[in-house]
Design a protein around this ligand. Structure first.
Ligand SMILES: CC(O)(O)CCCCCNCCCN
Ligand SMILES: [Zn+2]
Length: 578
């Protein structure tokens, strides 16, 4: 008979079957390419683990029950059964197959749904249901086989991936970010080094970021605040070649381990906010997630965003709670000396503390009394999957690029005003197309805004103020620009929840292309991706294109078309043809 320590009974096979079945049922699986799994080789496992540990695990399939139990006793909260060595090799192998597919460009991004998980396992130890450290091996593998210089690991599982921290704490080429239920060291794995002051060692100082949750009941606003004010500014400065996500979904509502209140649709936005990094090369690898309902929903939300579909904002977003503010403040102070993209922490906390005061007292401890099974939450809202993501109004004779829809009013516009309105009304608001961009003088855009009334005025105000007030520094101040986008524009935008994003580029603003690409990409997390970019540029007419977004400029009617050649989140290369 199989033994299993009670702690492990939540790590069941149904975790994978319900996730996959949900992907099939929602039609998402059919839109993905499936990648074959394989067993990892010894050499690959030895990228992270010691020979003696690997040799010991190799013996487990042949151990008697007594030996197996004795072997297991030396580790914490992990079970061994005769087949787990095989499963653990498949989990690593699947992760590496995904890394291969992304690093070779066969796919832009993807998710590996694996068991057993990996982020707790260490060089010579299993821990917390983990045998081999899937994500840590994936990072080393990407660096060794593909020459990836900088790998970002984002661990949104509700437990601290101490195994990953130990593996890379002295390595400046791997930035490990983890948030985790901590409760001042009272939550498993109860480690002092899981706190915010573990910033990495020696050359790795600054490249390990721990955000402890010292209370349960964290909500969507708390998760977004940590992304905007801790992870993203550092991630942009780190500028990774690859993003690996330790995608544990026990940080979602209803999970018996996490006891958090963030809803599954938050993972659509966490994923989106990471997809603008590393040219979109993102590998998500399943870690935890023990409520089968919220796990399946969270997996679907993640995959649908990986497919490029926009997502409505989670309901009633606000500022972070006081406990999270303290954590954000502590971790930013601990890292202030390592990263330049740092708003004076006092400014951030002053603004947000004000917000927190309004929120204090509603820390939802109450849900702790109910058992996880009793907790209910609304189904994630249906997400539109526009048949065409991008529309263009092009003059006759100019070919319409693939995956875009040609607007009927393509004849050379008599007035920019009419074109923009037409484009706007026909395509974006009809919801048939997600994003439209037309370049117009800023004056016209103000008219356009008035014409489109309240729908976008908030966002225009927010966008225009950022582009205008920041532009004078031009491209050289990319860090400052990104800091304002991440620390000011996005939080405001997510809280305002506009119906449309109108992105305005002042002529000669000097804000360089890659920053624009990032800005347009990031802002597509708002308004379900409905984006209108108004841009007036000097010199030749350019159309900036990426499968996710078209930037079209009109100037004295002589059109040139350019087409970016690589994936939507990468710097567009301009091919000019008349
Ligand atoms: C991948 C993962 O991070 O989800 C693994 C979590 C292991 C938790 C061990 N303690 C369980 C105590 C049971 N109440
Ligand atoms: Zn976990």
């Amino acid at each position: 008979s199989r033994f299993c320590s009670p702690a492990c009974k939540i790590e069941v096979p149904e975790r994978l079957t319900v996730s996959h079945e949900a992907l099939v049922r929602t039609g998402l699986a059919a839109r993905c390419v499936s990648i074959a799994v394989r067993e990892a080789t010894d050499e690959e496992i030895l990228l992270v683990h010691s020979e003696e540990y690997l040799e010991a695990v190799k013996k487990t399939p042949y151990m008697t029950l007594e030996d197996l139990m004795a072997f297991t006793q030396q580790y914490g909260d992990v079970y061994f059964h005769p087949n787990i060595y095989h499963c653990a090799k498949l989990a690593v192998g699947a992760t590496l197959q995904l890394v291969d597919s992304v690093m070779t460009g066969r796919v832009r991004n993807g998710i590996a749904l694996v068991r057993p998980p990996g982020h707790h396992s260490q060089k010579s130890a299993a821990s917390g249901f983990c045998i081999f450290n899937n994500v840590a091996i994936g990072a080393r593998y990407a660096m060794q086989k593909y020459g990836a210089k900088r790998v970002l690991i984002v661990d949104w599982d509700v437990h601290h991936g101490q195994g990953v921290q130990y593996c890379f704490e002295d390595d400046p080429n791997v930035l490990y970010f983890s948030w985790h239920r901590y409760e001042h060291q009272n939550f498993w794995p109860n480690l002092r080094e899981s706190d915010y002051d573990s910033v990495g060692k020696e050359k790795g100082a600054g490249f390990n970021i721990n955000v402890p949750w010292n209370k349960v009941g964290m909500e969507n606003s708390d998760y977004l605040a940590v992304f905007f004010h801790v992870l993203l500014p550092v991630a942009y400065e780190f500028c990774p070649d690859l993003v690996l996500v330790s995608a544990g979904f026990d940080s979602a509502i209803g999970d018996p381990e996490g006891k958090m209140c963030a809803t599954p649709d938050i993972f659509a936005h966490l994923t989106h906010l990471l997809m603008n990094l590393a040219g979109g090369k993102l590998c998500a690898v399943l870690e935890g997630g023990y409520n089968l309902t919220s796990l399946a929903q969270s997996v679907c939300q993640t995959v649908q965003t990986l497919l490029g579909d926009p997502a409505p904002l989670p309901a009633d977003l606000g500022g972070p709670c006081e406990s999270v503010l303290k954590s954000i403040h502590c971790v930013r102070s601990a890292h202030k000396q390592y990263w330049s993209s740092d708003l004076p922490a006092s400014e951030l906390s002053a603004k947000s503390l004000k917000v927190a005061e309004q929120k204090t007292g509603n820390e939802p401890e109450a849900q702790e009394q109910r058992s996880p099974e009793e907790i209910v939450w609304p189904e994630p809202p249906k997400r539109l999957c526009p048949p065409v993501r991008t529309a263009v109004a092009l003059p006759e004779g100019v070919a319409c690029p693939d995956a875009c829809k040609r607007c009927s009013s393509a004849e050379a516009p008599s007035s920019l005003y009419s074109l923009s309105l037409h484009v706007l009304c026909e395509c974006v608001c009809a919801g048939s197309v997600c994003r439209i961009t037309v370049s117009l003088y800023i004056l016209v855009c103000v008219i356009v805004c008035r014409a489109v009334h309240v729908l976008i005025c908030v966002c225009v105000c927010v966008c225009v103020c950022v582009c205008v007030c920041l532009a004078p520094q031009g491209c050289s101040d990319v860090a400052g620009f990104m800091q304002a986008v991440l620390g000011l524009l996005l939080p405001l935008g997510y809280e305002y929840n506009p119906g449309l994003v109108l992105l305005v580029r002042m002529p000669g603003s000097g804000v360089c292309e890659s920053v624009w690409q990032q800005l347009a990409g990031l802002l597509q997390g708002l308004a379900q991706g409905h984006t209108l970019v108004l841009m007036q540029v000097r010199g030749p007419v350019w159309v900036k294109y990426s499968p996710v977004n078209w930037w079209m400029c009109i100037q004295d009617q002589n059109w040139q078309l350019c087409k970016c050649t690589n994936s939507c989140y990468q710097q567009a290369e301009y091919i000019r043809y008349s």
